[in-house]
Design a protein around this ligand. Structure first.
Ligand code: AP5
Length: 140
């Protein structure tokens, strides 16, 4: 069975600029991603996304406006095993509230769409950022 994870693609608005939160893993290839993590047995995906966001960025559901109707699903292989990751888009209500990192990450950045796409590197993740970005623009 595929490994399953869930998380939130978090953005904030600074004036007219939209910035995405990316966290750098403290292990493996030190990759950058949105807050997310493994779905525990019996846990639903959305609960995982909220739990991991709290653990990895310090944000609670109350800190965020979550666009629940538009999840995106990424499928890729990690060490030869398939992995499914479900992401929801979420806006930080208080743009001045900075994340609190756990020991799973060493660094954070708020990045414009193009910089966020560059740092995540993977095509499917880049396409997801593009799609979420279009959604933000079309709904604001
Ligand atoms: N490798 C590791 N070494 C040591 N401790 C670890 C570890 N992974 C997790 N842990 C630890 O395990 C514990 C439980 O973590 P927990 O967060 O509960 O579970 P998890 O499933 O390991 O969490 P993530 O899904 O966030 O893991 P990840 O960052 O490895 O996954 P990603 O898919 O981004 O990345 C996995 C790989 O896929 C690559 N990747 C990411 N996105 C894509 C993509 N779109 N396409 C192709 N490859 C991708 C990444 O570059 C990376 O190489 C924590 O304490 C954590 O610190």
């Amino acid at each position: 069975m595929a490994k399953r994870a869930a998380g939130l693609v978090i953005f904030r608005k600074i004036g007219e600029q939209i910035q995405y939160l990316l966290l750098r893993a403290s292990y493996g290839d030190f990759h950058w991603s949105s807050p997310k993590g493994h779905v525990d047995p019996g846990e639903d995906d959305f609960t995982t996304a909220l739990r991991e966001t709290k653990e990895e960025a310090g944000y609670s559901e109350e800190d965020l406006i979550i666009f629940r109707d538009k999840p995106k699903i990424l499928n890729y292989n990690v060490k030869g095993k398939s992995k499914v990751v479900i992401y929801w888009l979420a806006q930080l209500r208080d743009s001045s509230k900075e994340p609190i990192l756990s020991d799973e990450h060493t660094e954070m950045k708020w990045l414009t769409k193009d910089a966020a796409k560059e740092i995540v590197g993977y095509k499917d993740n880049q396409e997801m950022i593009d799609e979420f970005h279009e959604y933000i623009l079309s709904s604001s």
